[in-house]
Design a protein around this ligand. Structure first.
Ligand code: PHE
Length: 341
């Protein structure tokens, strides 16, 4: 009997040893079958129990049970260990990492930032005002008569309390002049709102950048020089600027200005409708009436003001033929303006 007990004990011993040395779960299963399977080592030994006397049997039975339970629990332990470490093993550190898409500035923001950068280098500082304006700042102080068509509810979004969504960035001129004494030299980029029917060149919500320079002896020539410098910085040295007479209630004289077509260098193409020129926006010398409303002496000071349509600049710069593309947030469109591409 002692030899059978010894055999069982040595089976347990070598079983535990093999379990300890095993390096993967497949091997553990093989070890289980080898020792505890129907034809396994322990069963083979137990076949000989019949040869023992009835007194000897309980002792061997106990040893056999101990052998089985010890091997089973050693296997369970080992499985747990292997499972927790094999998950690390499945990480292949030589695989290339998963690249996360890097966001990029919207083309409108890029144009605003670049335009602001250009004007800052010319000595302008950035000012801003609220999107929800009152009639005073958006119209009255800008010398816009009460019956002016731009005040019409068909053109302007009014709130129930009589305020409105600003139709232009020009009210920032007023807010700045109310707060500061000349000289002032500011640019004010921001959103504007008009009740336009959206099409390829119109949006109900668009962006402008306003410019205002007030000092002693400011001239129209300086306005032209500033716009020309801007055009060169934004679109290149070949671009020219031209003025056309126009009317705005808050400037006198008023003008609209064009840049020579950046696509055909002014020769005439489909982008500029064969004219050689691209309309940018309006400008002029600040009307003395506006100075009076903000308490500036028009005898002492003069100034120029200009507006620019940001979308217009973006469409020229990136050759975009429909303004609506700028608002749809289609990732396939926006990705084209990502520098990380
Ligand atoms: N606010 C005018 C517009 O929206 C543009 C402009 C700005 C004109 C400043 C003159 C001076 O059309």
């Amino acid at each position: 009997m002692s030899s059978l007990k010894e055999k069982l004990e040595s089976a347990l011993h070598s079983g535990l040893k093999e379990i300890k040395a095993a390096k993967d779960i497949g091997l553990i299963e093989e070890i289980r079958i080898k020792f505890l399977g129907k034809k396994g080592v322990v069963s083979q030994h137990l076949k000989k129990v019949g040869q023992l006397s009835p007194e000897e049997r309980p002792e061997i039975g106990k040893t056999a049970n101990l052998c089985k339970t010890s091997i089973i629990s050693a296997i369970e332990e080992k499985k747990k260990i292997l499972k927790s470490t094999t998950s690390d093993k499945s990480i292949d550190i030589s695989l290339p990492g998963r690249r996360r898409g890097i966001g990029s500035k919207h083309p409108i923001s890029q144009v605003i930032d670049d335009a602001v950068g250009i004007f800052r280098r010319m000595g302008f500082i950035v000012a801003d005002g609220p999107d929800i304006e009152d009639e005073f700042h958006n119209f009255d102080a800008l010398n816009t008569p009460p019956d002016h068509p731009s005040r019409d509810v068909q053109d302007t979004f009014y709130l129930d309390d009589g305020r409105l969504l600003r139709t232009q960035t020009s009210p920032v001129q007023i807010r700045v002049m109310e707060e500061r004494k000349p000289p002032v030299r500011i640019v004010a980029p921001g959103r504007c709102y008009r009740r336009d029917t959206p099409d390829a060149t119109h949006s109900m919500n668009f962006h402008q950048i306003e410019g205002l320079y007030v000092d002693k002896h400011v001239s129209l020539a300086e306005l032209k020089g500033t716009l020309l410098t801007f055009a060169h910085e934004m679109f290149g040295k070949d671009v020219n600027v031209r003025f056309r007479p126009h009317f705005f209630p808050f400037t006198e004289p008023s003008l609209e200005y064009d840049f020579s077509c950046v696509n055909c260098n002014g020769k005439g193409c489909s982008v500029c409708k064969q004219s050689g020129w691209l309309e940018i926006s309006g400008a002029g010398m600040v009307d003395p009436e506006v100075f009076k409303r903000v308490g500036y002496d028009p005898e002492e000071y003069s100034g120029y003001a200009f507006g620019m349509g940001i979308e217009r600049l973006a469409m020229i710069r990136y050759k975009i033929n429909d303004i609506r593309l700028l608002y749809e947030n289609d990732i396939r469109f926006l990705q084209q303006f990502s520098h990380s591409n």
